[in-house]
Design a protein around this ligand. Sequence first.
Ligand code: MG
Length: 153
Amino acid sequence: MKQSHCDLGNYNGKEKDSFIPALSHGATIQVITMESGLDDKVIIVEGTSDKRKVLSVLKEDIEVICTNGTISLSRLDELVDELYNKDVYILVDADESGEKLRKQFKRELPEASHLYIDKMYREVATAPAYHIATVLLSANIDVNMEFVEQRMS
Ligand code: MG
């Protein structure tokens, strides 16, 4: 949430009266705006073991959806409808089927954010928890910091 203040004292009397007659000269109103305009965050992963790994490091209550691999166009269409107005993150394996899935999402849901694990780990499910936590944190997703700190110890 962002707050900005509008000082009505900047308007001359006539303008002020025509816009907001009930407020006296110099009154301050607060305008609250949503930062992104998007509602819930959703993370898309490939399989249930990926989902388990992601849930194990998340601090935020975020929905994690499994595609169970590459998906049919009709299922993808359904999913895109479900994800309308959500803040979507794609976190898939650094392998051929993961890339294929990314391509599907880039085409059908171009506004989604793509998160990448280090290629040396290849799979979300088997990558170290601290690595997954660091990747999610870099997208401003709230994770349990103990996982990020594991790397240091
Ligand atoms: Mg894979």
